[in-house]
Design a protein around this ligand. Sequence first.
Ligand SMILES: [Zn+2]
Length: 298
Amino acid sequence: MKETYFLSETNDAGEEIRLPIGVIHGASPGERITIFGGQHGTEYAGIEAAMRLFRETDPADVTGTIVVSMATNEASLMNWVQFAPTTPEISDMMLQAATGSQYIINCHGGEFTELMHPYVICRLIGNEEAEAVAMRMARAFGVGIVSLSKYRGEPPPDPSGARPAWWLWPQKGLCDKLGIPEITPEVGQVGDRDDSIMYEGIRNVLRELGFLAGPATEHPEPKIIGDRWWLTANQDGIFFPVVTVNQDVVKGENLGEVRDYFGEMLQSVVAPEDAKVMNMNIGMPVKKDGFLIWLGQL
Ligand SMILES: [Zn+2]
């Protein structure tokens, strides 16, 4: 049986915040998993994959329960808002959607102005058993690159109010609150609606965990990202990158320039170490301290 409904909360401004949920009640009883698409509303691959999973999966083929949040930040999706914050109402509804599940997949990717090399964030929650399951899920997802992420408390306050790069000080996830394994696939880029990698990755995790029948495709042990470098603009300008994602760069290599409107060079962006370009901004404008490129050691 399939069931659909909206979770709903009202914010301080009196606006209704909705979260569209589809539940696939499998023909056989079993565990429960929650899959989120669209926590960032311009990351389309995850939204496409979540909606397709709900639309195309036959409950007769499912063991247990699959809960799908199709458009987790509806305002971000409908208004084309990039990098949208997750409001307390959305956080609360995400918690409701995940409570009772034994696993979480939270689909992300590159936003409209971002290129992204596919990888999977594997959450470490200080519980060996849950972490081992999360690693199994990350491996089964199949893109071959994993980033390990662990909540380590809150960062020291920065005078600018900016939060450091997310992997240095990750925020608490649902997995920390619920004590269950969670992976965050980062797949898709620049508004591309091709969900093939995301969809197949999710389906293989569902096979690996026993929600769908059939053997999961075996993937080799993924590479774990080591050191990372988060490169930002030192002033407002226009960014002219000369590299792309998945490109291996060497220490000292030119990655691009930030210029003013008239061509004056404001900043030369150089690789600090040998690394792979994992994610980058390809929007023209950059603001002081704004994101340009992140590099990972692989
Ligand atoms: Zn995202």
